[in-house]
Design a protein around this ligand. Structure first.
Ligand SMILES: [Zn+2]
Length: 917
């Protein structure tokens, strides 16, 4: 069996695999950097008049200014120097959350006549700068430190530039410390560089198109552990109860991949082919490490073999930290992940693939992203698409092909459900109104690589990847470098493929139908591409396998679709029992295939590949009140040999919603053993309103089932159904005990949809600081749904906006947006002025403000960040009856935005709570 995987993935970080918020978008802020013109001319003047080089240097400087220095973004920056090595010595002032740094950059000039160089630096106080050990007069702006060089440095000249500085980083470096509400919290200092936040704690060249080696020297209390890039050289006594840790990374990588972690951690040591593999958890949770992370060496082995390039770094560390602003971050040789990936062993046992999606994604980046790095953010798919693809590689090898197909099938549907992605190419440079870290870079990027693999065949594909990695290791790349490597190694021209899938936008939407001609013994298949051809979306040219099954068996016909409308003719000795277009689902597409019910029934039962059976489920679930359909889905739920199809059938029975469907789900529950299937069945039962027998059964499950996930799903389903006794059941679950409060959090979530104002005080009680973060975020969001006219509640939630805890703050933002009480607007507007918002947050806050200002047109409910696809999300059609097209259009747009937010939040809150139906 084996494959418990898809479940975790689907429910926990569906489309954006892992990285998130700060790893995610700085579109807006980056725009800021770009426009924020380094005050070049002005600064130069002051340098020229004050430095000892005099007028000649001034002239030279003006000359240099005319050339294209930074300001090239969103394209990669032009450079004046090559940063080769940084020696970064840091100490920390925990009480004031300050970093005290001493960094020496060894760099060589790449442009003749360079008289000054600039480092990115935000919010840092630069105390002293030396060039080759001589003090120099430097200048600072809001975003740079500008350092003069001797007149006219030549290309190739080397300098050691040292900067002593201190700062209280508003982002980039985070201090998690105990306080009055969480007195037992282990101390943790950690960094998050991507995309451009390293500059908030380290003055450096902060753009991906340069690579350097590092030495990171951290002086910390003797009882702490530290982790940074590369190999640990030494830990030495530094007196006064301190120790100094010396880490050295000898393989160059970009500055956004620098990491510093220090604090009260526990460590588990493992290894792979002599390479140290280590896992770290905040103190007290070390026993969670092996449960969730021990498959890491097997993944390193698989990826090294598949790619033909061995794991390239001196060690592999994974550090799990609290309050992380992303799901995971692939710092070179030292990944940081959210501590919510440290599942309780009992919960981990109920997740087929546990955290493998996250772990394999970040590990995949060690090749794609770290060893070979995108040159600019417009090519970020070369990092994220590959990491997503590598997740699938692990899944297929460890959990089987069905599981890998299932993930991809779900991923494709998720991608199509976000229409805002459709008209944007994967490779693009207009990030002003959206994130480059979106479902195109991740899901579609992973899909593109799957298609390439499928179309080239494994041999040629992996040969191409090996060549790409070898030719570009230690370099920065653009998409054309991949095309070139594939062509050089396989001699297959992939220009058309790259043109339509990477530089072009969208994917084919097919309308399909066929007829059988008895006399001619043939099948005529009509294929129409119905996507709107405009902008970067064109007509696709794709190879497709058509399989026609007749009484004499299946026959496979490869064809190429290349026109808006085409008719293909195939021999068929008798009327087809089944016609499959793109057998096995190897093209990212949507398809409306006009077939009769009996054909779908046959396909559900007989198609060999998961995706074709799942497509049949999707078609059949639209046929209501049909005994044959229910019975076929029942059979699939009970007998299909792959759990993912059984789960899909359960979902479909829930959507059908008839008494017959309910009966089959209840029976299915009796025979379903795996927690991941039980979860789906119980969730589906949550769509049968006004059925007291089902409510009673759900109450029973909530109280006692062998699966915690099923119990959690039942609690949330009871809330959604507004079952008569649900309040008592949920209250009981909240006061009860379960691993990591798993059931409590589910019950807190259920109280929102239940909508019973009697729960207000209980929710208030679980919202306050001091309660576990996961319980707080659940309670805050549910609280926002109750006593909508009570401004006290609005004010209480608005009060949480001021907290620095990232999940709590985000929960409050969405709760307020969904609550619809406009008195929250000033608090949200004030939040926008904070300087510690990762850029991702800004558009999300703005959208909530917009929704509060126009409550009539929006009716946004807070996305729950826990997997809710769309059922009870925003802008439901009921709000729109009789409204004008303009309003409909706006609703559509809002819905897209909320989907986007949902996706982000999901990634953010990876495992905060049991997945919600
Ligand atoms: Zn990633």
């Amino acid at each position: 069996m084996a494959s418990p995987l898809a479940e975790a993935r689907l429910t926990d970080y569906p489309f954006v695999a892992s990285e998130t918020i700060s790893a995610v978008i700085p579109a807006l802020e980056r725009g800021g950097h770009k426009v924020q013109e380094e005050p070049r001319r002005m600064t130069i003047h002051s340098l020229c008049t004050t430095n000892r080089l005099g007028v000649a240097a001034g002239l030279l400087a003006v000359f240099v200014v005319a050339s294209p220095l930074p300001g090239d973004e969103p394209y990669a920056r032009s450079r004046t120097y090559d940063l080769e090595h940084s020696r970064i010595a840091l100490r920390f002032d925990l009480e004031h959350k300050k970093v005290l740094g001493d960094v020496t950059h060894t760099l060589s000039i790449v442009r003749d006549g360079t008289t000054r160089i600039a480092f990115d630096s935000v919010g840092l106080t630069i105390e002293n700068v030396t060039v080759n050990k001589s003090p120099v007069k430097f200048e600072t702006t809001a975003e740079k430190v500008i350092v003069p060089l001797p007149a006219g440095a030549k290309a190739g000249e080397k300098f050691d530039v040292s900067l002593r500085y201190e700062g209280k980083p508003s982002k980039g470096m985070y201090f998690i410390v105990p306080d009055k509400d969480y007195p037992d919290r282990p101390i943790q200092i950690w960094t998050q560089g991507e995309s451009e936040d390293t500059r908030y704690y380290l003055p450096t060249y902060d753009y991906p198109n340069d690579r350097l080696t590092t030495e990171t020297i951290l002086t910390v209390p003797a009882s702490w552990l530290t982790v940074s890039n590369g190999k640990l050289l030494s830990v030495a006594d530094a007196g006064k109860g301190l120790k100094t840790w010396d880490w050295r990374e000898t393989v160059p990588s970009s500055t956004y991949l620098i990491t510093v972690v220090a604090g009260e951690f526990e460590e588990v040591k493992d290894s792979w082919r002599g390479v140290p593999v280590t896992y770290y958890a905040p103190k007290g949770r070390g026993d969670r490490l092996s449960v969730n992370y021990s498959r890491t060496p097997a993944m390193m082995d698989l990826f090294s073999k598949k790619l033909g390039v061995e794991y390239p770094w001196e060690k592999y560390a994974q550090v799990m930290v609290d309050d992380f602003v992303a799901g995971g971050m692939e710092n070179s040789s030292a990944t940081t992940n959210t501590s919510s990936s440290l599942n309780h062993p009992k919960i981990a046992a109920e997740m087929l693939t546990d955290e493998d999606g996250l772990i394999s994604h970040e590990l995949g980046h060690q090749w794609f992203g770290d060893l070979v790095t995108c040159k600019d953010w417009g090519d970020i798919w070369l990092n994220e698409g590959f990491a997503t693809f590598m997740e699938n590689v692990w899944t297929e090898a460890h959990y089987g092909k069905d599981q890998a197909d299932f993930e991809r099938w779900e991923g494709g549907r998720g991608w199509f459900s976000q229409p805002n992605l459709f008209d944007k190419p994967i490779v693009r440079y207009d990030f002003e109104d959206s994130s480059e870290f979106d479902g195109n870079a991740y899901t579609k990027g992973g899909w593109v690589l799957h298609m390439l693999r499928y179309q080239l065949g494994d041999d040629a594909f992996y040969r191409g990847l090996r060549h790409y990695l070898k030719a570009n290791r230690g370099k920065n790349v653009v998409t054309a470098d991949l095309a070139k490597s594939i062509e050089e190694s396989s001699h297959v021209n992939v220009d058309r493929f790259f043109s339509q899938w990477l530089y072009g936008a969208g994917a084919p939407k097919f309308d399909l139908g066929y007829s059988h001609d008895r006399d001619k013994h043939q099948v005529e298949l009509t294929v129409k591409q119905t996507q709107k051809v405009e902008g970067r979306v064109g007509i696709f040219h794709v190879p497709v396998n058509v399989e026609i099954t007749t009484a004499s068996g299946p026959k496979l016909y490869p064809v190429t679709v290349s026109k808006a409308e085409q008719i293909f003719t195939f021999p068929a000795d008798s009327a087809p029992l089944m016609v499959l277009f793109d057998k096995g689902d190897n093209i990212l597409k949507s398809a409306e295939f006009h077939k009769e019910k009996k054909e779908w029934l046959y396909q559900l039962k007989n198609a060999g590949e998961f995706a074709d059976r799942a497509d049949a489920v999707s078609a059949l679930e639209k046929i209501k009140n049909d005994d044959e359909v229910v019975s076929a889905l029942r059979n699939a739920l009970r007998d299909d040999n792959f759990w993912g199809l059984r789960a899909t059938a359960a979902d479909a029975l829930g959507k059908i919603g008839s008494p017959a469907a309910a009966k089959q789900l209840l029976e299915g529950l009796d025979s379903a053993n795996e927690a991941w299937v039980r979860y789906h069945i119980v969730t589906a039962l949550g769509s049968f309103k006004d059925d007291s027998a089902i409510a009673a059964r759900l109450t029973e499950i909530a109280g006692a089932d062998r699966s915690y996930r099923a119990r959690a799903a039942a609690l949330q389903a009871l809330g959604r159904l507004k079952a008569p006794d649900a309040l008592a059941t949920l209250e009981a679950a909240i006061s009860g005990d379960s691993p990591d409060g798993y059931l409590r959090n589910a019950a807190l979530r259920g109280l929102g949809p239940l909508g019973d104002d009697k729960a207000v005080s209980l929710l208030e009680q679980w919202s306050v600081p001091g309660k576990p973060i996961e319980s707080r975020t659940a309670a805050i969001r549910s609280l926002a749904s109750l006593e909508k006219n009570n401004q006290g509640i609005t004010k209480q939630i608005a009060g949480y906006l001021g907290e620095r805890n990232f999940p709590v703050r985000m929960a409050a933002v969405f709760a307020l947006g969904g609550r619809g009480d406009a008195i929250a607007v000033p608090a949200l507007e004030a939040l926008l002025k904070n300087d510690d918002l990762s850029i991702e947050m800004v558009p999300m806050i703005k959208r909530q403000i917009a929704s509060l200002k126009k409550p009539a047109a929006t009716k946004l409910t807070p996305p729950n960040g826990d997997g809710g696809e769309s059922a009870d999300t925003p802008g439901s059609a009921s709000e729109t009856s009789g409204e004008s097209d303009v309003v409909l259009e706006r609703l559509d747009k809002l819905e897209r935005m909320v989907q986007e937010m949902n996706q982000r939040l999901k990634a953010l809150e990876t495992h905060l709570a049991p997945p919600k139906p």
